[in-house]
Design a protein around this ligand. Structure first.
Ligand code: SF4
Length: 156
């Protein structure tokens, strides 16, 4: 019962880490602007990963940056949630044949919500965040089980 109360509280004011690895990041900044104003839905940036409920993976993640992303994710308390954005995060996008891009980031970090596009527009991204609130409210057990921890598989 108490866990349900925690989930309800977190879903109504989720704190996040914005992992700005690609140009999709600009669309998240648009959500913070007065036009879209995501704080009216309770979203806020956390001061550190240790206080965060979710992380936003914005587009391109290079092989060099991937271990940093996983390290930040590992520092977050469980249950932790991930919102992925953009064609780059799903399959490399315009850089699909690059040797330096971590194609399909979801093999390393589980996406709870994915917003497609290059970049996704702010309306679609906001819809993704509202979906994330629903998942935080009811998906605690799944969130704890999904992380594959493939840190040692990463080669430079
Ligand atoms: S999906 Fe498009 S907008 Fe997003 S990081 Fe990749 S190239 Fe940039």
């Amino acid at each position: 019962m108490i866990l349900k109360f925690f989930d309800w509280s977190r879903a109504n004011s989720p704190w996040g880490v914005h992992f700005c690895s690609g140009c999709c990041s600009l669309e998240v900044l648009a959500l913070m602007s007065p036009r879209f104003d995501w704080e009216r839905y309770g979203f806020m940036m956390a001061p550190s990963p240790r206080q965060a409920d979710f992380i936003i993976v914005t587009g391109l993640v290079s092989k060099k940056v991937l271990p940093v992303l996983l390290r930040v994710y590992q520092q977050m308390p469980e249950p932790r949630y991930v919102l992925g954005m953009g064609a780059c995060a799903a399959g490399g996008g315009p850089y699909w044949d690059s040797d330096f891009v971590a194609v399909d980031v979801s093999q390393y970090i589980p996406f709870d919500v994915f917003v497609a596009g290059c970049p996704p527009n702010p309306e679609a991204t906001l819809e993704g965040f509202l979906k994330l609130k629903e998942i935080i409210m009811r998906d605690r057990e799944n969130a704890a089980k999904k992380y594959p921890n493939r840190m040692e598989d990463i080669s430079y």
